[in-house]
Write a protein that binds this ligand. Sequence first.
Ligand code: MGD
Ligand code: MGD
Ligand code: SF4
Ligand code: MO
Length: 730
Amino acid sequence: MPTTTRPATCPLCEATCGLLVTVEGEGPGARVTEVRGDADDPFSRGFACPKGLAIGELHHDPDRLRTPLVDGREATWEQAWQAVHERLGRVLGEHGRDAVGVYLGNPNVHTLAGSLYVPALAKALGSRHVFSASTSDQMPKQVAAVLMFGDPLSVPVPDLDRTDLLLVLGADPLSSNGSLMTAPDMPGRLRALRRRGGRLVVVDPRTSRTARVADQHLTIRPGSDALLLAALAQVLLTGGLAADPGPHVTGLEALPAALAPFTPEAVAGPTGIEAGTIRRLAADLAAAPTAAVYGRVGTTTTRFGTVTSWLVDVVNTLTGNLDSPGGVLFPLAAAGQRNSSPATRARAPRFGRYATGVRGLPEVFGELPSAAMAEEILAGNIRGMVTVAGNPALSAPDAGRLDRALAGLDVLISVDPYLNETTRHADVVLPVPTPLQRPHLDLTFSQLSVRNVIRWADPVLPAQLPQEWQTLARLAAILGGAGPDADPAVVDSLVLRTLIGQQIAAEGSALAGRDPVEVVAELGGRPGEERLVDLLLRVGPYRLTLDQVRRHPHGLDLGELRPRLPEVLRTPSGRVELAPAPILADLPRLRAVLDEPWDGLLLVGRRHLRSNNSWGHNVASLVGGSNRCTLQVHPQDAQARGLVDGGTAAISSAAGRLVVEVEVTDRIRPGAVSLPHGWGHDLDGVGLQVARKAGGVNTNVLTPPEVDPLSGTAVFNGIPVTVAPADPDR
Ligand SMILES: Nc1nc2c(c(=O)[nH]1)N[C@H]1C(S)=C(S)[C@@H](COP(=O)(O)OP(=O)(O)OC[C@H]3O[C@@H](n4cnc5c(=O)[nH]c(N)nc54)[C@H](O)[C@@H]3O)O[C@H]1N2
Ligand SMILES: Nc1nc2c(c(=O)[nH]1)N[C@H]1C(S)=C(S)[C@@H](COP(=O)(O)OP(=O)(O)OC[C@H]3O[C@@H](n4cnc5c(=O)[nH]c(N)nc54)[C@H](O)[C@@H]3O)O[C@H]1N2
Ligand code: SF4
Ligand SMILES: [Mo]
């Protein structure tokens, strides 16, 4: 059998590692025989984690859907599209556009199809009920970014390879491989930081993998990072330690009064971190030649997600590290980045143009909170849903109610490769090719990357299913009223023409004033993602073409990050807004926390190196061993409650109750307990043979539908719970 080895880009997390995939045979019978890290990739330099190395197993997973499903049974594409047309059409016809909601899951930002065609789908649907994993994740960062820098994706990233001091809050990059900080080979990069004399400080209630290798680990009380950061900023401001923020920053004068209540002494109790430790950390940040503060999921998915995300960059600014080598910098991506596009104009952000029906939670960037999905469906405001690359039945808040809500929908259409906890409720499941069967270029994560790099990968294997872009485009066309036989090419050309139109109209664009027909002709006849990517590269800041990028199959290095102020800014003032009014208005809520009691148990999450949110558990090599769904409890808390290692406990919150396996460990601080998300697969109708046997529970049954008010983001970390010994069967 002939074997070939081809480069691919791993899309399974944000690290974007280059892979080399060896394939035996050709056509539908081809088998992946080996996957290894691509040593010639200038960015990942041969690194790959266990997930990337298992991408062949994922590809060959016998449970992956090979045909569409209609009412749980295998169907032809014609039958599937007919059912989509009829059933969605009925709900839209009877109840109107807003009666159909859409939920967009995390893998959408890891595929070209999701990035390029989902907006067209949402537009064709024209419903206010747009939800996504963003409000279960990074939306607070995006709200802080738009208010401070003028664009939701203007998130400065740590200059990981040059910094002298990295302060990590609520992230475990040695498990997650980094998030909003694309940096393949996190272990190597953190080792290099230590080797060059740099320091790593980790703030985490658990002794995570990253905390284990840190120079200093602060075991903070869950949900209180905003207090810690406010105190750091307060010390910098009052101690004469703050750097001159320079000409591009405005609002500094408002900070001393706004942050005055948050002295180290005031926050010591609620954070569990001594005042002296906070003062020393502030002094260390100020004294370090360069320093970068970085906060992730453990800071964003909390009650104060947006305030915390803002404070991260307030501290970066006060220490003189914003937009500075070794501090935090704005990447300059080769394609698709709004903050480098002449077509993106400065505009004051508007939030809350409409709101949810039940609780009146405001819209943010055209989305409503994932935490409101269950109640909106149960109230009858949503009667049909479309999910694309999402598994909200496990990943969204209030999951117990959401599961019941999904079961009661008039219609659910899912674009997904699996019959899982969400899609088991679907009328129609539309499957997609695997990562090895589609081209890839990372449009999203090259905008969040610690180096400017770009890499195009052709499909390693031919697809046996329509490409996802074709399915999304056809779905968009059907939602737009084009009927079951709609032609995806029509939507494709509409997407292309819209992008071209924006560029032609923009002063300073490579296409300014050009004739659109000519531009389309230059791009050639290739339909789909390839042509769109070619266009985005041509109008991007490096003026590349797809052909040029293709000549570097292992990736093209575009150099280290460089300062981008003020060119990156899109705020109406043209400055960095250090004290945005909506955020200052939320500070009294933070101030009130200082008077709350700080006893009781708080639940937090965690990620395992071999996990992938809710959908990695069907690959045998990625589950088991230490990747298990256990409730981590500190020995002191276990003893006080009569809990034993390996025993079972009932855990209850305001939202629900679960019976879980207990793991007694001193790798978590007293007062905190931890349960990972994405588990609990053994449900009727789930077609995941391996995952169903993996055990575990759906932690989001315990997540109340509470949100961070500025971003509408779920509160997964710092949930008040009670835990008591329980009979395993009850
Ligand atoms: N308690 C708790 N809950 C959490 C979190 C937490 O830390 N704690 N984390 C939150 C975070 S950060 C996130 S991002 C969300 C994730 O929330 P979701 O995105 O809803 O959940 P995932 O588990 O990522 O599910 C991805 C789905 O996409 C499908 N899929 C995989 N690849 C593709 C593809 O190429 N195309 C298509 N169409 N489908 C594909 C998978 O089969 C799966 O159904 O979960 C959130 N939930
Ligand atoms: N292996 C693996 N990698 C992944 C994923 C995965 O599921 N598995 N998911 C991907 C996704 S969608 C995302 S968004 C990223 C997330 O990437 P990270 O943000 O690095 O995610 P976690 O590994 O969950 O790390 C969060 C840490 O926050 C801590 N924490 C919880 N509550 C608090 C708190 O209140 N304060 C502080 N300071 N810490 C707290 C937890 O103990 C945990 O160690 O990972 C991505 N990469
Ligand atoms: S760290 Fe692992 S999952 Fe993430 S891109 Fe690299 S190989 Fe893929
Ligand atoms: Mo995420």
